[in-house]
Design a protein around this ligand. Structure first.
Ligand code: GLA
Length: 509
């Protein structure tokens, strides 16, 4: 870092001492120096550009709040503009993007993109002192050590998270209201335990670097105590990057300190979301190390935390999620409240079933049941898929507004029991025919859960045969959504509504 800044500082000091003026005059471009940007869009948050030149060689970088310094590549002057390329993320087809700086009216105008963020900002000249003040502070690259051995979360964690319904519009009062509703609606009795605050609670760091909540969360200790007083547990959220996905402060450079803060406040669960950390940790090894660093830090607090890894299923996360101390790891990008997205994740993208089992679960993201974007049949499909997959069940709606229908779906005891089965097997499709998929999940007591899904937009019918069930002979069948014993031992023909499901538990040999 310091080394890379040397050429500019050297050129500047030579100029100020008046020595070797011929070299300087020859070397400089109108862009050389420090440019400060104060009106940058929040993401990626460009704060300055530093440019130096020597002969034909121009080097420099822009500093961003999200990704730290972004080095200029192939910088050159063309038609009076300074053009360069810079590293891009999340777009394999465009690993670099084009940027330009132009001078007009005494200001410099910067234009470029990183991922989906367009940058178009104007800046003014600054000094080396400004540059020092705005310089990004790198943290040492974390290292992975011996696997963290934790035997918590024998079954998939259950609870509620603020993100799907409220996004950043959360506050102390709403979180307390969710805890109240969790109890009052009978959701706690059904097994939902965690009340998780997702992104949007963070404020600034104090003079000692301790992260403070924003004004919407006046007293975190009082909030956790309140949730605990209801017999519930409570979770919080951060990122290993400088910025969280919604642009709040992340834990970059403060990992141990933040783990301690979360423990002191009384939290029981941390969702750790890669977000801007993807710039710094972009290989299997570095991403893993960044999760390990927080896993170790949580462990060192002496408080028990469920540790939820959120990096959208990259780098075969299920193969190392446990070793970094995780009990659940996201397998995909974000769910949204529509059948297509939910079905794509639930049917086709929920990670390698081999990785799921007691104390560690593939996480296809939080539930959307009750948010209104799907029909009751579609929400039953959603709940059935998650239960058949032994997925964490994190509700994502406004618990105060749980309709009778939503409650039926979310508190179906037998469906939850399939999800929470002690074997922790992630069920999978055993047969696909047209739009119909038949899934099977063996249960700890020898019974078998079977789900018949219709992915089509029209009603469909299908035959369930003994061979689909893995049992030589079926002696009893319970229909979980209809709440009754199914005739013919559950075998035979089923009519399935569009996007609908039937779920069964079969006994036999
Ligand atoms: C990412 C995660 C979401 C949510 C948001 C918060 O998109 O995948 O689940 O936590 O960040 O900003």
């Amino acid at each position: 870092m310091t080394k890379k800044r040397l050429p500019y500082l050297l050129a500047a000091s030579l100029m100020f001492t008046g020595g070797m003026t011929t070299t300087i005059a020859h070397a400089k471009t109108p862009y050389d120096g420090v440019w400060l940007f104060d009106d940058t869009p929040a993401r990626p948050g460009v704060t300055m550009a530093e440019i130096s030149s020597k002969g034909d060689k121009i080097s420099g970088r822009i500093t961003t709040l999200w990704y730290g310094p972004v080095e200029m590549q192939n910088a050159r002057i063309e038609n009076g503009k300074l053009l360069f390329e810079a590293r891009n993320i999340n777009d394999k087809a465009n690993p670099t993007r084009q940027w330009s700086l132009s001078l007009a009216g005494g200001k410099v105008h910067l234009n470029g993109q990183i991922w989906f963020n367009e940058v178009l900002v104007s800046g003014e000249r600054g000094s080396a002192k400004d540059a020092a003040q705005r310089a990004f502070k790198f943290s040492p690259m974390p290292q992975t050590g011996a696997p963290i051995e934790l035997k918590i979360a024998a079954t998939p964690p259950m609870g509620w998270s603020s993100w799907n319904k409220f996004a950043e519009h959360i506050d102390d009062k709403t979180i307390r209201a969710m805890a109240d509703a969790m109890v009052e609606k009978g959701l706690k009795d059904a097994g939902y335990l965690y009340i998780n605050i997702d992104d949007g609670w963070q404020g600034e760091r104090d003079a000692n670097g301790v992260l403070q909540p924003n004004e919407k969360f006046p007293d975190m200790k009082a909030l956790t105590a309140y949730v605990h007083s209801k017999g519930l547990k409570i979770g919080i959220y951060s990122s290993q990057g400088p910025k969280t996905c919604a642009g709040y402060l992340g834990s970059y450079g403060h990992v141990e300190q933040d783990a301690k803060t979360f423990a002191e406040w009384g939290f029981d669960y941390l969702k750790y979301d890669l977000c801007s950390g993807e710039w710094f940790y972009d290989t299997a090894e570095t991403v893993k190390a960044s999760y390990y660093e927080m896993g170790k830090a949580l462990q060192a607090t002496g408080r028990e935390f469920i540790y939820s890894l959120c990096q959208y299923g990259r780098f075969d996360v299920g193969s190392w999620g446990r070793a970094v101390g995780g009990q659940l790891w996201r397998t995909t990008g974000d769910i949204t409240d529509d059948y297509e997205t939910m079905a794509k994740i639930g049917f086709d993208k929920n990670g390698n079933p081999e990785y799921t089992g007691p104390h560690g679960f593939n996480d296809p993201d939080m539930l959307e049941v009750g948010n209104g974007g799907m029909t009751a049949d579609e929400y039953r499909t959603h709940m059935s898929l998650w239960a058949m997959s032994a997925a964490p069940l994190m509700m994502g709606h406004d618990l105060r507004e749980t309709s009778a229908e939503t409650l039926d779906i979310l508190t179906n005891k037998a469906v939850i029991a399939v999800d929470q089965d002690a074997l922790g097997i992630q069920g999978k499709a055993v047969r696909k025919a047209g739009d119909v998929e038949i899934w099977r999940k063996p249960l700890a007591d020898g019974r078998v859960a079977v789900a018949l899904f219709n992915r089509g937009t029209k009603p469909a019918s299908t035959q369930l045969s003994a061979s689909d069930t893995g049992l030589a002979s079926v002696t009893k069948a319970e229909n979980l959504w209809k709440g009754k014993i199914a005739g013919k031992n559950g075998l035979g023909e089923y009519s399935l509504p569009a996007h609908g499901v039937e779920m069964l538990i079969l006994s036999g040999r």
